[in-house]
Design a binder for this molecule. Structure first.
Ligand code: GDP
Length: 138
């Protein structure tokens, strides 16, 4: 999976009407969309997705935010997808994100930071499998 990563356009960005611009930014950065869906996670599903962060102090806030509205989940393809996509989205805290990154352009805070990008090839596979069956990938 070194040429694949997983992303979610988070509820803050979909609510503010940034979905189209963010998808265009992703395509303009050279990624191909291999799978995509528009979903509203339950708190239980969001809790499962972010289970690795269970012990972090912001876990409750993160779960309630990620289940507060619809998201766009997608699998993206490009050489060096994971690291290149992390560069395209920018630092977790938008205040520290580089100019021109998705988080710098569209995110409001470290919690409500517009977009997710996998942090390793292993997690890209786990996260893609969480959302998509083989029949939903093209
Ligand atoms: P990422 O890989 O850049 O998404 O960052 P992390 O893996 O460290 O954190 C996962 C997600 O948890 C982030 O994207 C934020 O949505 C959220 N998060 C991280 N730190 C904080 C925090 O201090 N407060 C809150 N409310 N949410 C946070």
């Amino acid at each position: 999976m070194s040429n694949m990563t997983f992303t979610m356009i988070k509820p803050d960005a979909t609510a503010k009407g940034h979905t189209g611009n963010i998808l265009q930014h992703i395509l303009d950065s050279g990624f191909k969309i291999k799978a995509m869906k528009w979903v509203h996670l339950t708190a239980q599903q969001a809790g499962l997705f972010y289970e690795v962060h269970k012990e972090r102090p912001f876990y409750g806030e993160l779960v309630s935010f990620m289940s507060s509205g619809p998201i766009v989940a997608a699998i993206l393809e490009k050489d060096n997808a994971v690291s290149d996509f992390r560069a395209v989205i920018g630092a977790t805290n938008p205040a520290q994100a580089a100019e021109g990154t998705i988080r710098k352009l569209y995110a409001a805070s470290i919690g409500e930071n517009a977009i997710h990008g996998s942090d390793s090839n292993e997690n890209a596979k786990i996260e893609s499998d969480f959302f998509f069956s083989a029949f939903e990938r093209f």
